[in-house]
Design a protein around this ligand. Sequence first.
Ligand code: FAD
Length: 376
Amino acid sequence: MISFWEKTALLSKDFIIIGGGITGLLTAIELSKKFPQKKIVVLERGILPIGATTRNAGFACFGSLSELYYDFQREGETKVLDLVEQRYRGLQKLIQITGKKKIHYEAFGGYDVINQKHQIAFEHLEEVNDKLYGLFKIRIFNDVTKKIKHFGFNEQIIKNLVYNPLEAQIHSGFLMQRLKEIAYSKEIEIITGANVSRIEKNNENEHVIVENEAWRNPLIFTTQHVIVCNNAFASNLLPELNIESGRGQVVVTEPIQNLPFKGTFHYDEGYIYFRNLQNRILLGGARNLFYEKEKTQDIHATTEILEYLKNFLKEIILNGKTVQITDSWSGIMGFGESKLPIIKSLRPTLHIAVKFSGMGVALASTAAEKVVKLIQ
Ligand SMILES: Cc1cc2nc3c(=O)[nH]c(=O)nc-3n(C[C@H](O)[C@H](O)[C@H](O)COP(=O)(O)OP(=O)(O)OC[C@H]3O[C@@H](n4cnc5c(N)ncnc54)[C@H](O)[C@@H]3O)c2cc1C
């Protein structure tokens, strides 16, 4: 049974956000700007968030040459330019909110590492630059193929290297820590261990039903507005959204003496990615090679992908040298038909900001801004 105290003070909120990743916290922060007097709570099922935000690769990126080249073919110019602008503006807004220092933002630039299969994208470099010029006011992609040797990559496989000076990297754990600090400073409440099982309309209000082992019966929160920010897991609550889960895996190496490169690197249209993490290498991806098996919400790693990544590390990045893997993990992303996120109201009191197609670091702040604009 619920006590009088719990019912009157703890289970009744003005706004409830479901999901305590980057989108949930940025949405809460944005809401507190618009409604500073209101009670805002974030409900997170994990003790730490357990989706993508603290399990990603920490690229502050908006699309590599080959990814954008193919996207222009598939999606058309207007859609792609809109998406790139949202990502770029989103990153600028994120830094405005968090500052650079506390999230370890380092602007080393980014690279597209191009093999034979994607030569066509390299051949259209200037055409892609023309399309993006209006947005960046610089020619964003630059041919730096001569650096392949210096970086020590396998020259049999890597044919071209393309540099993007506006790309950067962050520490995803410190980003989450910083967002929590900001949220607490605005008196936003974050409740962890709160697994939402249902959302139900109840007269003028919404009921958010939470399951937790310590409580025999589900807890019912009452609120004026619910904002669903649980990305890949949104279809568990709202099946009509049709969001597909995709697992991404990451490994980190031991420190490497005199690591010859710094920056964020994309390979195979961005399906494989690596970066320096101080003097270690962080490497992830290859989900596309095991596509059906990786459509999952299971957070465990797959041996085949780990083996693939280890081999890629040795044969392509380190040109035959073996280094030890010290860390490996996986996270879950949300996908759908297009790469644009879903931001909309399902009814006047229920709103969603989900499906970031593996680029939520860039897209979450503008998504938060847009979803809060929907709320009256
Ligand atoms: C391996 C990997 C690498 C990536 N690399 C990058 C990158 O370099 N750059 C980039 O921009 N993006 C990257 N991404 C994508 C990016 O991390 C995500 O798009 C972004 O973190 C999504 O944030 P979110 O807050 O919307 O979702 P999440 O971070 O997944 O947060 C959703 C939260 O909701 C919680 N939740 C779920 N269901 C419930 C429920 N029923 N009740 C309560 N809580 C619930 C989950 O526990 C989770 O903490 C990567 C993702 C992965 C997995």
